[in-house]
Design a protein around this ligand. Sequence first.
Ligand SMILES: *Cc1c(COP(=O)(O)O)cnc(C)c1O
Length: 457
Amino acid sequence: MLEYRSSRGRAPSLGFPDVLLTGLAPDGGLYLPASWPALGDGDGDYATLATEVMWPFVADTIPHDDFAAMVESAYSTFDHPDVAPLVQIDEHHHLLELFHGPTLAFKDVALQLVGRLFDYELRRRQDRVMIVGATSGDTGSAAMEAVRDSDLVDIVVLYPHGRTSDVQRRQMTTLGAANVHAVAVEGTFDDCQDLVKAMFADEAFRDRNRLSAVNSINWARVMAQIVYYVWAAQRLDRRTTPTTFCVPTGNFGNVFAGHVAAAMGLPVERFLVASNRNDILTRLIERGEMVADDVVPTLSPSMDIQISSNLERLLFELLDGNGPATAELLQQFRSSGRAALTTAQHARLRDEFSGARLDDDETLEVIARMHRYHGMLLDPHTAVGVGAAARLRRPEETVVTLSTAHPAKFPDAVEQATGVRPALPPHLADLFDRDERFVVLPNDLATIEDFVDGVRR
Ligand SMILES: *Cc1c(COP(=O)(O)O)cnc(C)c1O
């Protein structure tokens, strides 16, 4: 059985099922496997490859057939036979479309599986949980959609009242499932996040509700995202020649999964880390120093993040698996807003990652250009990726840019750039006719906790 250890080195090692349900380690760190398993040869359809790639991470904690059945079921919810189809833009540049799941963003790739894993493990333990989360848009609906059929999971998602797009809000408020609750908080996304943190810090409340989370630091989410890097390479017949991947980035979870695929033996030339104006990662790669800055709202809201939670896993790797040193670096960053890598660590970072940032005008230009010359509609997150790839790629370098959302999820930006309003896919075509169910609550911990206590089944 593969053991998982904390990036801060002061928590007990755990097996996969506990890592799945625990999320954050008790020392505040993030779990990683103690070693990287090697990739197999790979073959077959997406679900078959996914089972093969992920199996070493769960082996001996779940029967193989049960795991394969969950993977098969998770990806049967996608509306494209390839699950993650590749679309060629030009001779050396491809898009990997990760938005064919139920909520139209790449979060479904991980959360459809994680929802099933939660349900399976809770059934085995005869236990249940209450998932609470805060969302600025995409994660909330993907998590709600992933657990909507579970008898053992309740979910309450807080979002800032009036600050999500209509599509995003309706995806959270129209599910019509008894265990799924959308709460519009009279406050900002940061207020929502603070409320969630406060709920977890309230021990009595946490214990009586059996609180849990499925946020982007959950190892199982990273694990599920490794698969499509291998899938893309396989489809392009590049399992032995290196490929460059360009990843639009917020919490660094998606690109870290690519790093794991490379650590497992996938030939990767380098990763292009694409940011919007919230560019702490671009600056880290350029200068070897993390410097905190204020979050500015952009057209790609799911990347409006300054402190990328999953970066901790990469720092742990750059610090040669030294947990206490990782904890110290992060502590320094938290207290002073600034932390520097050594010259050697910075060199290793630059070896594997290059970064570029796009502002909103540049993002709109990319959307317009891709529409004009290729007849394609890109969502603004994907456009940041395509723009970064255009800026950073070398001649002859084969690049796969991850397309993280369907254009119809962000119709205003797409229409602004192209004059075309993208249509929702068939399974969501009646989204604006469905009944909404949500409550509006003040930014007040006691009120929110009362609500959660009241909806627990
Ligand atoms: C979440 C999200 C991202 C950023 O992914 P990270 O794993 O946080 O880096 C990019 N694009 C879209 C559409 C997203 O929903």
